[in-house]
Write a protein that binds this ligand. Structure first.
Ligand SMILES: NC(=O)c1ccc[n+]([C@@H]2O[C@H](COP(=O)([O-])OP(=O)(O)OC[C@H]3O[C@@H](n4cnc5c(N)ncnc54)[C@H](O)[C@@H]3O)[C@@H](O)[C@H]2O)c1
Length: 248
């Protein structure tokens, strides 16, 4: 018996990193997982190793047509959507004064518009069912700010606020929405943001009260809780998974 038995769960950006760990955890808890990623190969590879008739579908969260086609395929094949995990994200480190508009647009398109696009397609399905759980991946950058990540911080702050507003709107349909904020997590994205520099890695590790980076599974466990019926009465909340790096 898993806590997500018989649930249909969509996870975005699930071909690698935190999203992949989330897909694996939701599947281990009994869900059928729709593994979506802009990278079709990794989406399909991840799905193939999961049980419960999980599927991999290429989806670009910045493209409403791509998102709508995926949700249409899911509702046709499975008849419902119980869980939506908005995990796809991207960033490029740069002081704001040196940043350029093309990067702002990409950061906001993926991290903020991506969440809006999937929510627009999935929330009506959940409203019609009268049930559902949305879990959005924010970031501690969106809660407390992060140097070299100003626009990303703005986009993730937007995700946190959007989660609260949709939590209020969707409550009448018995749909909850919560936000899980990773601290520094050992993934390819973190490596690309300077985490591949041993000095920076060591300094950050020292600053974290638990003295280690987050691993993708640390996030997946918390997401699985919010996706499950155990969290049905919890909505509009923001939780950091950061080994104590940020508190309150
Ligand atoms: N790693 C960290 O330290 C950290 C910290 C805070 C927040 N986060 C957030 O956690 C989430 C997962 O990050 P990660 O570290 O696993 O990153 P990652 O780069 O390892 O994985 C991100 C995945 O998203 C996919 N993706 C990128 N653009 C996409 C698009 N337009 N449509 C669909 N999929 C797309 C990528 O192909 C990739 O598979 C992101 O929202 C990120 O912002 C990560």
């Amino acid at each position: 018996m898993g806590k997500l038995d018989d649930k249909i769960a969509i996870v975005t950006g699930a071909g690698q990193g935190i999203g992949k760990a989330i897909a694996e955890k939701l599947s281990a808890e009994g869900a059928t997982v729709v593994v979506t990623d802009i990278n079709e190969a990794t989406a399909k590879e991840t799905a193939e190793r999961l049980g419960n008739a999980s599927v991999g579908i290429r989806t670009d969260v910045t493209d409403p047509a791509s998102v709508e086609a995926m949700v249409e395929q899911v509702t046709t094949q499975f008849g419902r959507v119980d869980v939506l995990v908005n995990n796809a994200g991207w960033d490029k480190a740069s002081p704001f004064m040196d940043s350029d508009r093309a990067d702002w647009e990409r950061v906001i398109a993926i991290n903020l518009f991506g969440v809006l696009n999937t929510s627009k397609a999935v929330l009506p399905v959940m409203a019609a069912q009268g049930s559902g759980s949305v879990v959005n991946l924010g970031s501690d950058a969106g809660r407390v700010g992060s140097s070299g990540e100003a626009v990303y911080s703005a986009a993730k702050g937007g995700v946190i606020a959007f989660t609260k507003a949709t939590a209020r709107e969707m409550a009448r349909h018995q749909v909850n929405a919560n936000c899980v904020c990773p601290g520094p997590t050992d993934t390819a994205l973190f490596a690309s943001m300077g985490g591949d520099n041993p000095k920076l890695r060591e300094a950050l590790t020292k600053a974290i009260p638990f003295r280690r980076l987050a691993q993708p599974d640390d996030l997946a466990n918390v997401v699985a809780f919010f996706a499950s019926d155990e969290a049905n009465f919890v909505t509009g909340q923001t939780v950091s998974v950061s080994g104590g790096l940020t508190m309150s």
